[in-house]
Ligand binder design. Structure first.
Ligand code: GLN
Length: 290
C-alpha cells in the first residue's frame, strides 16, 4: 500500500516540471478519480492506495502531461450550479458561457412563469439545463445536429431530474425548413420565450491557432464557424422570427471579432440588438436580440 499524501507530493512536482498551470488541483482531482471517489482528494485525507490504483493514477498523469484537459479525462465539468457529463461530441462547458445565464437572469423575466426555452446546438445541455434550474416551471427543447451530443444532454437531464421538462431533437439548422419541422414535430403552436445558443464561431482559418487543449479535444463541429465564423449565425438569425415569441429574447454567445458582421446579419433579418455583454476579460461575449 502507498500513502495518498506521498503520491500527491510526487505528482505535484511532476506536473510542475511539465509546466502545468494548476498542478495541485489537477493532482487532487485525478487521484480522487483514480480511487473512484466522487470528489477530489484532500490533503488531510491520508488514504491507502493499492499498487493497481497507483498505476492507474500514473497513467492519468501521463495523459494530462500530454495536454488532455482534466474535464476530458474525468468526463465531466462544473458549469453554473451543476456538474455536467461531457463526451467527445460535446464542447467542454466554458466559464465564459455562464455570462449568458447571468444576462438572462438580469432581464427581469418572471421566474414562476411557464416559459418555453430553446437551446440551439445544446452539446452537453449545460446552457439549457442550467436555465431550467433557474426557471422551475419552464420547459426546454434541446436541438443538436450530433446524435451523440443529444445522448449526453439527455443523460445530464436525467441526472438533474429534468426529464419531464425537457425534449430533445436531432436536427440541423443548415437544413431547409428545419424550423417548420421542429414546430411540427413538437406539435406546438406557440413560439419560444427564450432562445439560447452557443454556436460554432471560430473562423475556419483560425482553428489551427487555438490552444492545443481546445484544438485537440473539443469537437471541430462545435467550433468551426466557416470562413468568416458567421455561418451558424446566418442560419439561426434567419429563423428567429419563426421561432421567437413577441416578447421573447434570444441570448447568443459571440466572439469579439465578429461584432461587425453580426450587426449586419441582425439588421438584414430585421432583428434588434438589445445589448451586448462583455465577459470577465472584457471581451464581448453575449448578444441579446429581440
Ligand atoms: N469559446 C470557444 C473557444 O474559442 C469557441 C466556442 C464556440 O465556437 N462556440 O474556445
Amino acid at each position: 500500500m502507498f500513502k495518498s499524501n506521498e503520491i500527491l507530493k510526487d505528482s505535484i512536482k511532476y506536473l510542475k516540471s511539465h509546466r502545468k498551470e494548476t498542478p495541485e488541483l489537477d493532482s487532487k482531482i485525478l487521484l480522487g478519480f483514480a480511487l473512484g471517489l466522487k470528489e477530489k482528494i484532500y490533503l488531510h485525507e491520508e488514504l491507502n492506495v493499492s499498487e493497481e490504483k497507483l498505476t492507474n493514477f500514473r497513467k492519468l498523469l501521463e495523459v494530462r502531461v500530454k495536454g488532455k484537459p482534466i474535464s476530458r479525462i474525468i468526463g465531466k465539468r462544473f458549469f453554473w450550479k451543476n456538474v455536467f457529463n461531457i463526451n467527445d461530441w460535446t464542447l467542454d462547458p466554458r466559464p465564459d458561457s455562464e455570462i449568458l445565464i447571468e444576462e438572462i437572469l438580469r432581464q427581469n423575466i418572471d421566474k414562476t412563469h411557464d416559459h418555453k426555452i430553446l437551446d440551439l446546438g445544446c452539446g452537453s445541455g449545460c446552457l439549457g439545463l442550467s436555465l431550467l434550474g433557474e426557471f422551475p416551471n419552464s420547459s426546454l427543447i434541446c436541438v443538436d445536429r450530433c446524435k451523440k451530443a443529444i445522448i449526453q444532454a439527455k443523460q445530464n437531464s436525467e441526472n438533474l431530474f429534468f426529464v419531464d421538462r425537457t425534449k430533445f431533437l436531432h436536427a440541423n439548422w443548415f437544413d431547409q425548413n428545419w424550423t417548420i419541422n421542429l414546430l411540427k414535430m413538437l406539435k406546438i403552436r406557440t413560439k419560444f420565450d427564450i432562445i439560447i445558443s452557443n454556436p460554432p464561431y471560430v473562423k475556419a482559418n483560425q482553428i489551427q491557432k487555438l490552444q492545443k487543449e481546445v484544438r485537440n479535444y473539443d469537437p471541430m463541429i462545435a467550433l468551426n464557424g466557416g470562413d468568416d465564423g458567421c455561418d451558424s449565425y446566418r442560419a439561426i438569425f434567419k429563423n428567429i422570427r419563426n421561432l421567437l415569441s413577441d416578447k421573447g429574447i434570444t441570448a447568443i454567445e459571440i466572439s469579439d471579432y465578429l461584432i461587425k458582421p453580426l450587426k449586419e446579419i441582425v439588421l438584414k433579418e430585421g432583428l434588434i440588438i438589445k445589448n451586448i455583454v462583455k465577459d470577465y476579460s472584457g471581451k464581448k461575449r453575449v448578444m441579446i436580440i429581440k
